[in-house]
Design a protein around this ligand. Structure first.
Ligand code: CTP
Length: 409
């Protein structure tokens, strides 16, 4: 049997990037031989094994034939006769379809190295269409390598468009899609992920609520970029530039969905878009089974981002309601994430990327004023149950009024 390093490990070494996990392909072996060498099988029918010591993945060279829709819809053909070239041709991109032996000799039948040099993400063969998840993968690689100047090849984008129009994307499971989406959002230019999905028509299928924002104008005074879709991309870009966590990036992506519902005759204003958007945010959250913290923050940012921008004008009672909605007393981190999402929203506007955002510190100050109210003295005064809650609210309101006064003096 011959063993080769394949996929991302070869690509990233040639790009001079750190290699984290290594995938191997085994040519000329049977499953029985692998088991005899102590490899552990990953699944019953799947020709992938884990190395007994390193735990790295070793896959038998295989050809793949599609037998149905969805994740379970693959049949694999692995046998000792399958050659390295036959294995590589069924992979997604040429830059992922190179193999290396233990002497670092490269096998590159589909010119991955040339595409690496030319900064092109190109599919290897029509077998690309065997797995519709690859539409998301290509968009994710585009987001990751945009900083190196990579672009999706014209013919690959065309194939992605055909796949998007074929209805195949709808068959992807929430789990597989979320894995790609969440990884893509954590790349250095996540806005490129959304842009590429839009360019090939996949956004319309996967997240029509975001696609609908493109072409929707906003008032130029607040939004020099005008277009709501462009604004959303810029907010996401800011979130990545400021190295925000996934929760914040997800909330940034979904914060303005309500603007897609505004009747054209009301443009460029978007009255109550914060509230109108909530059902759309909920739908996207549930479609991809996003983790609870992502779901929660997206809904809260959707509902309250305008409050964030108006923080300095809010009455003490409205500030208190805002803080209560976030349960800032038990979840201070979530309120902090709201604040930065609002800041990214304010900066994700053409020409305003460097603006200051005094609302952020003001909100932090308000949160700490309200959190500074101690429960103990109220307990000592005999308050309990719902009355204790009311008393706490009154004290917090007092603290916020004092805070507002001190901040304006
Ligand atoms: N692969 C593929 N189609 C997929 C998933 C994987 O062709 N839907 C192939 C590619 O050759 C890829 C390799 O399997 O390079 C390993 O896949 P994976 O570990 O998911 O990705 P990497 O390319 O290693 O990239 P990353 O750095 O994102 O892990």
């Amino acid at each position: 049997m011959q063993i080769y390093k394949v996929g991302g490990a070869v690509r990233d070494r040639l790009l001079g990037k750190p290699v984290t996990d290594i995938d191997w392909v085994v040519v000329g072996a049977t499953a029985e031989e692998m088991l005899a060498k102590g490899f552990r099988p990953v699944g019953a029918d799947f020709p992938v094994f884990l190395h007994p010591k390193s735990g790295e993945e070793y896959a038998l060279a295989r050809t793949e034939r599609k037998s149905g829709r969805g994740y379970g819809g693959f049949t694999f053909h692995a046998s000792p006769e399958v050659t390295l070239e036959e294995d590589l041709i069924r992979r997604d991109l040429t830059i992922n379809a190179m193999a290396e032996d233990d002497q670092q000799n490269l096998t590159d039948p589909y010119h991955g190295q040339r595409d690496l040099d030319d900064r092109i993400l190109r599919h290897v063969s029509p077998a690309f269409a065997e797995d519709p998840l690859r539409v998301l993968r290509v968009a994710r690689f585009a987001a990751r390598y945009a900083e190196l100047g990579f672009k999706v090849a014209h013919e690959t984008l065309e194939l992605m468009r055909q796949l998007s129009e074929s209805g195949e994307l709808e068959a992807l499971t929430a789990e597989r899609s979320w894995k790609e989406i969440s990884r893509a959002l954590m790349e250095s230019q996540p806005q490129v992920f959304i842009q590429v999905l839009r360019d090939c028509g996949a956004l319309k299928v996967l997240m029509p609520e975001i696609d609908a924002l493109f072409g929707v104008p906003q008032p130029e005074v607040h939004h020099p970029e005008i277009d709501s879709g462009i604004h959303t991309l810029s907010v996401l870009e800011q979130a990545a530039l400021h190295q925000q966590p996934l929760t914040v990036r997800w909330a940034c992506l979904l914060h303005d969905l309500g603007k897609g519902l505004t009747p054209e005759e009301e443009w460029p204003r978007h009255i109550a878009h914060e509230h109108k958007g909530l059902k759309l945010i909920k739908a996207v959250n549930e479609r991809f089974k996003a983790p609870k913290d992502c779901q929660e923050l997206a809904l809260l940012v959707g509902q309250y981002h305008t409050h964030g921008h108006r923080a300095l004008e809010l009455k003490a009672s409205t500030l208190l309601e805002l803080l209560q909605s976030f349960d800032v007393y038990r979840r201070p981190q979530r309120f902090e994430e709201f604040i930065v999402a609002c800041e990214m929203d304010a900066r994700g506007r053409k020409g305003l990327e460097q603006r200051s955002y005094p609302q952020a510190d003001y909100l932090r100050g308000a949160a700490s004023a309200a959190r500074g109210v101690a429960v103990q003295p109220l307990l000592e005064r005999g308050f309990k149950g719902p009355e204790l809650g009311e008393a706490l609210k009154r004290e917090r309101l007092k603290a916020l009024k004092a805070y507002k006064e001190s901040a304006s003096s």
